[in-house]
Design a protein around this ligand. Structure first.
Ligand SMILES: O=c1ccn([C@@H]2O[C@H](COP(=O)(O)OP(=O)(O)O[C@H]3O[C@H](CO)[C@@H](O)[C@H](O)[C@H]3O)[C@@H](O)[C@H]2O)c(=O)[nH]1
Ligand SMILES: [Mn+2]
Length: 736
């Protein structure tokens, strides 16, 4: 691009949006499925068994379930009609802006030094400290909701190590820039200076890691370390996780030209923050932390753009900031963009994605589809924000004129003054009776603070975009036990359903503000919890009917069989095609089906119940932080793709009971066909039989965990007995 002459170059956009191919063909296909769904509804309505006939209510239930499945399917189509992909041109950006790039504030949140080990946190921090970006324009803030001295100490270590690490990254232009991720990959060594420096830096890193880990193990900071930094004095008085004053320490003041790396290069500003917490005051989880970060950073660096990361999400590409700026700084469309969401990718996914954590169809198809309507949801991490819109500004047509990227922060305050002022901003009383948590910053009271906030921003007139680059921009840690996956799923679906029931429901709140397609796109996720009900019905009732020899699907000979067969085959074929085109394996698709089944019948179901209970005012919002460390034993099973159960929880009881029920139904159903009714009824029961067989096949790992495995991750025998008894009782349930 550099070769183009100035005039022409200035007109070129900094990013380009292209529509995905074959949308026309897809729309035709989707219409045929839609016709199939309508025919199923018609069949159900016109064939209800007469009053008094066995199976009448089961039939009506089937209608309700299929009605909901069908309507939900329609929702999922909105985002498939307008899939778009964005392509930034970072060469044009650097040509146009040279070194005059805007400041960026990077927020990293951590909450628990046990579940989120300090070494992991500082790897994330180091990865963003070494972005290929003018470092004097970069400020990194760590919010520590654990208020942990250990995390503070790790950050202190990281600030010294960065003086070696940053120049090393730049000199050899290495990727990724999270030290542990870099050292973990196969490094091919071509030249001798590189080999020497690599060895030296690795040694330095290992030493630091050992120091941190041994301190963490000890659980306290030695006097020797304590004397290294004045900040430790904050912990002189008793600091408990939920009860302490606000702590703000500027570890590196990036304005100071004398604070440099080992080669004299500039360093980014680095700040530790633990906002004030008191047991009697609600602290609003991550939303509270983010809002405190917004305020503190406005005092210290006040950059116009903010990158928000979870502590486990390291930057995998050193040039991401430039790519993101292509969106915000585009002359034509940039000024209306509020945030740019990157996909959440993970670097600990097994080959066949055992727990279906990659969300690849969501990342590659659905979010790109909602982007087609300019309203991608904010997903909490891996997201660049415009500070003003995050703080509550309403978009107006004049915004373009009033906005400029010049630095607004010309403070001459000393570090001490900045810290003192910041502590006030991070105190609880500062927020009391203000708009924070409502019209300003992230919204409180919902465990999916991210999605609700993004929606509110869009309804203030802003657009958002989605960018999924080839080289993954951020990599995080996905949960690796079934229990953790389901806890996370429950938190998500609960928070999301809560949004649907609140005044923020996209169809009402978003009406006239975001496009209908986007409203529907949001609801795909907001209604996750509700889809648990028809799923549970489908998993329990048709198999039970099979056991009793009652047919609730059309006969093969009947014409009505066609829409059922078509919809089932078409939907699954399309979902396989989507998964494969997103790079999943066939086995991953299969695992995904199992996980959908498990999620819907447990996590989403609990979320449904809990949300209703909360709606009645009987419980409060919670946020269970996802576990990011596991034992060797568990890790080994995860790598072999063996599902981890292990504990006796009600969730696992449900999973085991449903699996046993399906197993009994299948055996009982086959027996009934062979011995009592004769093969001629196969014609009437074939769909039920297939459904039941499919459920049993999906549940194979559950049977293995119940009866075959003997490792610690198996399902405990107490659950085995319980599930057999419960499933047997369920088999006795009469069908009405
Ligand atoms: O009181 C809290 C609780 C959590 N966190 C941080 O929030 C982040 C997300 O928590 P995690 O337990 O990892 O949850 P996930 O389910 O992985 O998070 C996803 O879902 C959350 C909403 O449920 C979003 O906030 C996250 O950005 C998104 O990655 C982590 O960095 C935590 O340290 C806090 O700062 N304070
Ligand atoms: Mn996480």
């Amino acid at each position: 691009m550099g070769k183009e002459d100035g005039g022409e170059e200035a007109l070129l956009p900094l990013f380009e949006t292209k529509e995905a191919r074959f949308r026309g063909a897809y729309k035709v296909f989707a219409s045929t499925v839609f016709v199939g769904i309508c025919l199923i509804w018609v069949y159900r309505l016109t064939h209800i068994p007469r009053a008094g006939v066995q199976g009448r209510w089961a039939w009506i239930g089937m209608f309700m379930a299929e009605l909901w499945f069908g309507l939900y399917w329609i929702l999922t189509q909105s985002c498939r009609f307008k899939v778009v992909y964005n392509y930034p041109f970072k060469e044009r950006l650097s040509y146009r802006y040279k070194d005059k790039l805007p400041s960026i504030d990077i927020f990293v949140c951590t909450a628990d030094s046990k579940k989120e080990p300090p070494t992991m946190v500082i790897n994330t921090i180091l990865s963003v400290m070494s972005y290929n970006y003018p470092l004097e324009n970069l400020s990194i803030y760590l919010s520590d909701d654990g208020g942990s001295e250990l995390t503070f100490y790790a950050l202190l270590e990281a600030s010294s190590f960065s003086k070696h690490w940053i120049p090393f990254c730049k000199k050899f232009n290495i990727q990724p820039r999270s030290p542990s991720a870099y050292f973990a990959q196969q490094i091919d060594i071509q030249d001798i200076t590189y080999a020497q420096e690599l060895l030296a830096i690795k040694k330095l890193y290992k030493e630091m890691e050992n120091r941190i880990n041994s301190t963490v193990e000890m659980g306290e900071i030695t006097k020797e370390i304590r004397d290294q930094h004045k900040g430790f004095s904050e912990w002189n008085s008793k600091v408990a996780k939920q009860d302490h004053q606000s702590i703000v320490e500027i570890m590196i003041d990036g304005r100071d030209k004398n604070i440099v790396d080992i080669y004299g290069g500039r360093l980014p500003t680095l700040v530790y923050m633990a906002r004030e917490k008191r047991p009697q005051w609600p602290h609003n989880f991550k939303a509270g932390a983010m809002n405190a970060l917004i305020r503190v950073s406005s005092e210290i660096s006040n950059a116009p753009f903010i990158l928000n990361l979870d502590c486990d999400m390291y930057a995998n590409d050193a040039n991401t900031i430039q790519e993101a700026l292509c969106f915000f700084l585009d002359e034509k469309r940039g000024h209306e963009i509020s945030f740019l969401q990157f996909p959440q990718n993970y670097d600990n996914i097994t080959k066949n994605d055992l727990y279906a954590c990659t969300l690849s169809v969501i990342n590659n198809v659905e979010l790109a589809g909602i982007d087609g309507y300019g309203a991608v949801p904010y997903c909490g991490t891996a997201c660049f924000h415009r500070r003003e819109s995050l703080c509550g500004k309403v978009y107006s047509k004049d915004y373009r004129k009033e906005w400029n990227i010049e630095d607004k922060n010309d403070t001459n305050k000393t570090v001490n003054e900045l810290e003192a002022a910041s502590k006030i901003l991070a105190s609880y009383s500062f927020e009391k009776e203000t708009q924070w948590g409502g019209k300003m910053g992230l919204i409180y009271g919902c465990s999916s603070e991210d999605v609700i906030t993004g929606l509110a921003i869009q309804c203030r007139g802003w657009k958002s975009h989605y960018y999924n680059p080839n080289r993954k921009a951020f990599l995080g840690v996905a949960p690796i036990t079934l229990n953790d996956v389901l806890i996370q799923q429950k938190r998500w679906s609960e928070g999301l359903f809560q949004i649907f029931l609140s005044k923020y429901c996209p169809f009402i709140y978003g009406h006239g503000k975001i496009k209908l397609g986007a409203q529907m796109g949001y609801c795909i996720y907001l209604l996750w919890a509700t889809i648990s009900l028809p799923t549970l019905y489908y998993v329990i009732v048709p198999p039970l009917c099979l056991l009793h020899g009652i047919s609730i699907f059309p006969q093969v000979k009947s014409l009505w069989f066609v829409p059922f067969a078509y919809v089932i085959v078409a939907k699954n074929a399309c979902s396989i095609a989507e998964a494969l085109s997103c790079g999943d394996t066939l086995k991953a698709w299969w695992n995904w089906q199992r996980m959908w089944l498990i999620r819907r019948t447990t996590a989403h179901f609990f979320a449904f119940i809990n949300t209703i209970v909360r709606q009645l005012g009987l419980s409060k919002t919670t946020f269970v932080v996802t576990e990011k460390v596991v034992t060797e034993d568990v890790l080994k099973r995860y790598e072999q793709e063996i599902i981890e159960f292990g504990s006796s929880t009600i969730t696992f009881t449900i999973i085991a009971t449903l699996a046993m029920l399906n197993f009994f139904n299948l055996i009982g159903g086959i027996k009934k066909i062979v011995l009592d009714l004769g093969f001629k009824v196969l014609d009437q029961l074939i769909l039920q039989l297939s459904l039941n067989l499919l459920l049993v096949m999906l549940n194979v790992p559950v049977y293995q965990a119940l009866f075959i495995r003997n490792d610690n991750g198996r399902i405990p025998s107490s659950i085995m007995f319980k599930s057999i008894v419960l499933a047997s009782l369920a088999c006795l349930m009469p069908i009405i």
